[in-house]
Design a protein around this ligand. Sequence first.
Ligand SMILES: [Zn+2]
Length: 257
Amino acid sequence: MRADGREPIREASRLLAGRRNAVALTGAGISVESGIPSFRGSQGMWAKYDPMEYATLHSFMQSPRKVWNMLSEMVSVCGFAVPNAAHKGLATLEAMGVVRAVITQNVDGLHQAAGSRRVIEYHGNLDELVCVNCWKRFPTRDRWTPGDVPRCDCGEILKPNVVLFGEPIPWLAQEQAEEEARTCGVLVVIGTSAQVSPACDIPRIAKESGAAVVEINPEETSLSGNVADLHLWGSASEVIGRIIERLKEADDVTPGH
Ligand SMILES: [Zn+2]
């Protein structure tokens, strides 16, 4: 049942080349190869830190020092991480005119580091801190040191500019993501089961608007055989690399491209 032969790669490449207006939706799975643990699963952050205790806005406001212990771990890990072949592959696909935008649930900034230009960050980015009192923003590297709770000039605590449980998705990111989903020809879902609301709406909106939905995940998800038209079950870097190879081969034999 593993769809890792040549046919699904060929089919995905055909869809991408034919429609030329693909959008990628990425999640934690794409950054695992960069050494960033995903949240769910036995090795995930949530196995170590109960999200209801460590990742809600309420818990942050009640016990910022405790929540910053968890956040510090994330900031450290993400600070050392570099983009992997999957991030770079998506940037290449954008440069080739195949992918026009990346919607990401990740807060690690690795798509931008890889060279992707249009990145919609659904859950914010750890690179920036925001004051809970006056909303002033600071680059994380300017204010954060491990073990400390960073503070604003006004004396209040700084929170990473990421979406905690109990916080809304930034409205602009949500608007842009839904617009991309409504108007794309192909939605490529990578490294996420897109289960968390409202990110889970994106594949459904794309599908209902007539897009083909291609899933790249190592394991079966709730999208497989449901919203997804095509499943490429493998690591993101390997599958994206093979798609790029295939697209380049097709370009070589197609006059005028
Ligand atoms: Zn302030």
